[in-house]
Design a protein around this ligand. Structure first.
Ligand code: GLU
Length: 417
């Protein structure tokens, strides 16, 4: 899962430009949507455990807030760049519009290697970052959440730092919080569960049996591991999984729980005894039915797309497929469930968490999962029907739906002044 030379922002713009042409988007709205509304770069000095001070770089970008406050995760990763954060903020705008929740798109990130930092260092980094971006965030402004390498604890530190600044508790400033401070049941698994719901709809339309599918999952973080687990429970055969260190494969199927235990003990899924090791590149091109990239962006490119053998590409990660690769997948007839639809379950339950926090009234996990299923199925149906009607790919249909909702909100509100 190496970073590549692909610039995610150029990729996001190319996706927008291409759909703008197809849907004859109002050129003024198009011009506005090509720019993030607000981008902040901050320096974050942190006292390290050895007494020295290191200065990290962090970002927060709001792409568009026409439909509601900015919403999007915060990523801790050495490959974080301003352009990457801009792209992911734009993808959040489309994602929230597709599932029709009242949020715009935002994203944040810090360039760091969290696995090399102590918990105290991470806390100081998080609190100082929060204080540097504090003017941009808030329950009505912009609401961060977890993303790659960030978790409930980090959300708790953000919430606490923000609340101390205000002088009272403000749970609505972040989602993905621990339950003890206003988190939502089901949020942890929500992205994976949302992916599974979209896949259930897809197999129905494609006339496939979910429990017969052979699945490969790239990435074994929150989304990859929970998806492998949920699909295994649905009777799918998980034949390959991977993480940053590499992948493992067993054509007879893996038990995702045992793989998780192994990875917790050893720090990686590789060298799991009931499987053979392989590289991430080999994993992506395995013979399987469902391929689920659940790691980072630009993994499926023009150099490997031709060798992809899956019938369905379920994009759990943000931006895993480059536009060039997308064209190749289309020519090969691979059914793509695009990221902005497939992985929208996370932000959907984030929305539920925000609503529950505002009402100070909390729902049962069953209620949350049922509401999530309704939203994901409806979003899938809308995108699928549009793709049939307009004879376009699922990605193009998803973009047409999302961009038209955002454009509509913008045109209804009008341009100030
Ligand atoms: N980071 C997640 C995403 O990319 C969740 C965002 C959120 O819940 O705000 O969708």
């Amino acid at each position: 899962m190496q970073s590549t030379k692909f610039n995610p922002w150029e990729m996001a713009l190319e996706q927008l430009d291409s759909v703008a042409r197809k849907m004859k988007l109002n050129p003024n709205v198009h011009a506005i949507l090509r720019h993030p509304k607000k981008s902040l770069i901050v320096s974050i000095p942190v006292r390290m455990d050895n007494g020295s001070v290191r200065v990290f770089t962090g970002y927060r970008v709001q792409h568009n807030i026409s439909r509601g406050p900015g919403k999007g995760g915060i990523r801790y990763h050495p490959d974080v760049t301003l352009d990457g954060v801009k792209a992911m903020a734009m993808w959040m705008t489309w994602k929230c519009a597709i599932v029709n929740i009242p949020f715009g798109g935002a994203k944040g990130g810090i360039v760091c290697k969290p696995e090399e930092m102590s918990s105290d260092e991470l806390e100081r980094l998080t609190r100082r970052y929060t204080s540097e971006i504090i003017l941009m965030i808030g329950p009505e402004r912009d609401i961060p959440a977890p993303d790659v390498n960030t978790n409930q604890q980090i959300m708790a530190w953000i919430m606490d730092t923000y609340s101390i600044d205000k002088g009272y508790s403000v749970p609505g400033v972040v989602t993905g919080k621990p339950l003890s401070i206003g988190g939502s049941l089901g949020r942890n698994e929500a992205t994976a569960r949302g992916c599974v719901y979209t896949l259930m709809s897809a197999v129905k339309y494609l006339g496939l049996d979910l429990h017969r599918q052979r699945v490969v999952v790239q990435g074994y973080g929150n989304v990859g591991w929970n998806s492998a687990k949920l699909l295994f429970e649905q009777g799918c055969k998980i034949i390959g999984v991977s993480d940053v260190e590499g992948g493992i494969y067993n054509s007879d199927g893996l038990d995702p729980y045992k793989v998780y235990e192994h990875s917790r003990k050893t720090g990686s899924v590789v060298n799991y005894k009931e499987a053979e090791n392989l590289t991430n590149q080999e994993l992506l091109t395995l013979n399987c039915d469902i391929l689920m990239p659940a790691a980072i962006e630009t993994q499926i490119t023009k150099s490997n797309a031709r060798r992809i053998k899956a019938k369905v590409l379920l994009e759990a990660a943000n931006g895993p497929t480059t536009p060039e690769a997308d064209k190749i997948l289309e020519d090969k007839g691979i059914f793509v469930i695009p990221d902005i639809l497939a992985n929208a379950g996370g932000v959907t339950v984030s929305y539920f968490e925000w609503v529950q926090g505002m009402q100070a009234y909390f729902w049962s996990e069953r209620e949350i999962n049922l509401k999530l299923r309704d939203i994901m199925q409806k979003a899938f149906d809308n995108v699928y029907r549009l793709s049939r009607k307009k004879k376009v790919t699922m990605r193009t249909a998803a973009y047409i739906l999302a961009v038209s909702r955002v454009a509509d909100a913008h045109l209804t509100r009008g341009l100030y002044p």
